[in-house]
Ligand binder design. Structure first.
Ligand code: F6R
Length: 609
């Protein structure tokens, strides 16, 4: 979480940094700030709330600074406030620091800074420790001081440092938090993510863990933990900044919902040849590797974890190998049974989620083969995996994930199909059928999107509800978890998802007159079972919105309202059924006046534990 930007060059640093921070607001948006070297000293400006508040605060200042660092925050230590906002300075403000991550031993460091050096702290943050630590380590060389400070720090961090003693440079360090360097003509940048600086540069260095960078306007030097200079290849960004614009839609989330047919098409297209064979270009899993695998672990967080729940059905059915799905923050501390016969699939849109990354490392340590499903090229998860199966969703800006989820599902099907056909466990005819169904999804999804008005109407009827339940069986249960998460994270309604058969074991006690229940019944072989579950909740007064495949008109007799998706094989319904749920969450949140693209307490990239 949190976004950092730094600039050194000849232009107005403040404008460039603030513009970059706006592009990083998805990483956190509870406060922001900048530190600039101005008139011979460091000046720090910060403000609680959105970047607009910071802009208002500095509107009357006339900055000439050509070097500075900035930060947009997602609070971990200390509530969102002006004083806890970054940058943080040392006592005489000759040093300023921005930080993304957590310093785990900050209490210990703070105690010693107070006791041994008489430091007076201003904020409740862990970050302020870094500024003071660098300050007490400083003799006459900022790089020396940063190295000495970093030696004492434990945790995850990407930091940017400037000092009035060496006002021509920014020093940045990366450990388990994303950091990139942008290479300009007579100017250089640091940032947490590419969109922050894409307007200015296309040549990027992806900084590795435990590397330190020294940037002046004409030079960038990268050092490893032994302080030996290292060389990196330049990464050329080919995609456009426009992909991260709203394109006339009121919110990024709505735009991204509508981009799903394209995302699915592109993800399929990258892997499928015209005769339906799947090419694993760039992925080195051989037939022998796949035959050696006796277990698949899918590990992820949030929406990506929900993609894994559906992935379990797909891979078990198509590849006929046992699949376990786990939440990354649980997996990593559980001493899981993983060995060299395990295929570990990490799913992550951002590729920077710390828990997923840590789980991946744990699985790697135990000998598993690591395949990741990632949307962001060159991200940490991608770089640390043996192989990467990219989703081609394009940049996802809204905090609530939509198009990343559906493209992750596509990857689950393709992985299952590839494993099944390569190991000979899947019949060709069945393989061909599923491929045909997958290819038809983008067009069918366009039909689903055309029924937006119907979903709007449902949202209008229900947006004042206090709670809602999502029920389904088989893959529908996985989709229910995602539909429920979408609703709660952007509309703040208390929603709950449960496998329909499990209702009667306790949760049904919560169903009362007019409780809204969304019942997914897209699976032909489970359809009648779902009808019984609908009867059970209706008998207790629930209002039921059913979701079924076109043609299953029986649903109209049972549910109060029905959403239909185009007919398709049971195996692929999640790719269609989740979309009305995303739209329902969107319109409910809109009617409740919520900040849809930036819901409270959340951030797009979760780089802390
Ligand atoms: C919810 C959402 C989150 C993410 C989760 C993992 O809409 O976006 O639950 O899915 O934080 O993020 P990634 O996929 O970047 O690892």
């Amino acid at each position: 979480m949190c976004g950092i930007v730094g600039y050194v060059g000849d232009d107005n640093a403040c404008e460039i940094i603030i513009e970059g921070l706006k592009r990083l607001e998805y990483r956190g948006y509870d406060s922001s700030g900048v530190a600039l070297f101005e008139e011979g000293r460091i000046k720090i400006y910060k403000s609680k709330g959105r970047i607009a508040n910071l802009e208002a605060k500095i509107a009357n200042e006339n900055f000439n600074s050509t070097i500075g660092i900035g930060h947009t925050r997602w609070a971990t230590h200390g509530a969102p406030s002006d004083v806890n906002a970054h940058p943080h300075g040392n006592m005489d403000e000759s040093i300023a620091v921005v930080h993304n991550g957590i310093i785990e031993n900050y209490v210990e460091l703070k105690d010693s800074l107070v006791k041994d050096h008489g430091i007076i702290f201003q904020s409740e943050t862990d970050t302020e420790v870094i500024a003071h630590l660098i300050s007490v380590c400083y003799k006459d060389n900022l790089l020396d001081a940063v190295y000495k400070a970093v030696e004492q720090m434990r945790g995850a961090y990407a930091i940017g440092v400037i000092s009035s003693n060496e006002p021509d440079r920014i020093i940045a360090v990366r450990k388990d938090a994303p950091l990139i360097v942008g290479l300009g003509e007579g100017c250089n940048f640091i940032a947490s993510d590419i969109p922050a600086i894409l307007k200015h540069v296309r040549k990027i260095y992806l900084i590795e863990n435990n590397e330190t960078v020294v940037l002046t306007k004409n030079d960038v030097k990268i050092y490893n933990s032994e302080r030996k200079e290292v060389k990196h290849e330049v990464f050329n960004v080919t995609w456009d900044a426009d992909a991260a614009e709203k394109d006339g839609y009121e919110h990024f989330m709505l735009k991204e919902i509508h981009e799903q047919p394209k995302g699915i098409f592109d993800t399929l297209n990258r892997r499928l040849s015209s005769d339906g064979t799947i090419s694993l270009d760039g992925i080195s899993l051989t037939k022998e590797d796949l035959q050696n695998i006796n277990k698949v672990y899918i590990v992820a967080c949030g929406t990506a974890y929900h993609a894994g729940l559906v992935g379990k059905y797909a891979i078990e059915k198509l590849a006929k190998v046992p699949v376990e799905v786990d939440i990354a923050s649980e997996f990593r501390y559980r001493d899981p049974f993983v060995d060299d016969k395990t295929l570990f699939i990490a799913i992550s849109q951002s590729g920077e989620t710390l828990d997923t990354l840590a789980a991946l490392r744990e699985a790697k340590r135990k000998g598993a083969r690591i395949l990741s499903v990632v949307n962001v090229l060159g991200s940490s998860v991608a770089r640390e995996s043996d192989d990467v199966f990219y989703t081609w969703a394009g940049p996802e800006i809204a905090v609530a994930s939509t198009k990343a989820y559906t493209t992750q599902l596509v990857c689950m099907y393709l992985i299952g199909l590839y494993m099944g056909i390569t190991t000979g466990k899947l019949e060709q005819a069945y393989y061909d059928q599923i491929i045909k169904e997958l290819k038809a999804i983008p067009e069918k999804l366009k039909t689903v999107l055309k029924h937006e008005d119907k979903i709007k109407e449902l949202a209008q009827q229900h947006y004042k509800m206090e709670q809602v339940f999502f029920i389904g069986r088989g893959p529908d249960a996985g989709v229910c978890y995602e539909g429920s998460l979408k609703l709660k994270e952007i509309s703040y309604i208390n929603s709950f998802a449960i496998a329909a058969g499990e209702l009667k074991h306790g949760t049904i006690a919560l169903i009362e007159q007019d409780t809204l229940v969304v019942a997914l019944a897209t699976q032909d072989r489970l359809f009648e079972k779902m009808l019984s579950n609908i009867q059970e909740v209706k008998a207790r007064g629930a209002y039921v919105i059913g979701l079924a495949k076109c043609g299953n008109t029986e649903m109209e007799k049972q549910a109060n309202k029905v959403i239909y998706i185009p007919d398709c094989m049971d195996e692929v319904t999640p790719l269609l059924s989740v979309v009305p749920l995303q739209m329902f969450a969107y319109y409910v949140a809109k009617l409740r006046g919520c900040d849809i693209d930036k819901p409270k307490n959340l951030a797009k990239s979760v780089t802390v534990e």
